[in-house]
Write a protein that binds this ligand. Sequence first.
Ligand SMILES: N[C@@H](CCC(=O)N[C@@H](CS)C(=O)NCC(=O)O)C(=O)O
Length: 335
Amino acid sequence: MLRMLGAPGSPYTRKMRALLRYRRIPYQLLFQGSPGTEGLPRPKVSLLPTFFLPDEDGKEVAVTDSTPLIRRFEREFEGRSVLPEDPVLRFLDALLEDYADEWLTKAMFHYRWYYAADIEKAGAILPLWRNTSVTDEEVAPFSKMIRERQIERLWVVGSNDITAPVIEQSYRRFLRAFDAHLQRFPYLLGDRPGSGDFGVFGQLTQLALFDPTPMAVTLEESPRVYAWVERMEDLSGLEPGPWISPDAVPDTLKTILTEVGRVYAPFLLANAQALEQGAERVETSIDGKPWTQKPFPYQAKCLRWLREAHAELSDSERTAVDGVLAGTGCEALFT
Ligand SMILES: N[C@@H](CCC(=O)N[C@@H](CS)C(=O)NCC(=O)O)C(=O)O
């Protein structure tokens, strides 16, 4: 049985747990520090969730990174796929998953460690999510440590006084665009959830259901999105319906892709350029406003993976994808 080490406060843990539930893949959930976690193999980079899986020689190793793990589980487990067969839809799904994992997560991290009420709640709850059987005396120093550590890391995701309005206005636009789409379709690509839905769900479990400031924003902008997050938590009982037709991509999805093109595309390009130039900082403008942050090597890989997926499309599939992306701003990623 799959073994997953994770935490409820980790959006990517929630992403993968909901996916395993939907796909009816049995798993054992381990919490950090809980009995049975000593002696587990260690991942190269300590990230949550961590899965413990056999390598090519059958030896159990620690594996992280939800996006490639989703593709591995598609190969290893039959049925209830979250990746559309159609290459055009599959590409759009991958782009939406990446937007959620790498841009929406900026809003998640920003709101949690920028505002006093959110810092207070997260600092109090996160240690207990690891282990509820610790005393309050034991929790206090851990709460202090995690608050200080995470606040220090705000600039890693680009959250600062300059970028705060860009992040927050982008979140509000995403909520409005997703609300309009959910009025027509239960999921991003039709009547069944794709990996993009689980990416968005993962971040919204924190933004809509936990952190007080963005929860208020979510309920103000879209009670519908709030409701959608609760529905996504456990879809093990859902009978999946059809994907949308690649020839009839709805305007509401194009509006969401336009938000991706407005903020995530310019960020990805500026981040890759800063890394190429060995720059200390990413200095660019997003949405007409200044954006500055530490260059993020992992997101240069994300850009490369998106470009490789775009290049792997057949000519007619790429023409169809470019047709959908035309005018959204996402096309800039592939020129
Ligand atoms: N790309 C990874 C991201 C995983 C990730 O960043 N997880 C967070 C928790 S949500 C983490 O472990 N951060 C490092 C830390 O907090 O030390 C994925 O999709 O799984």
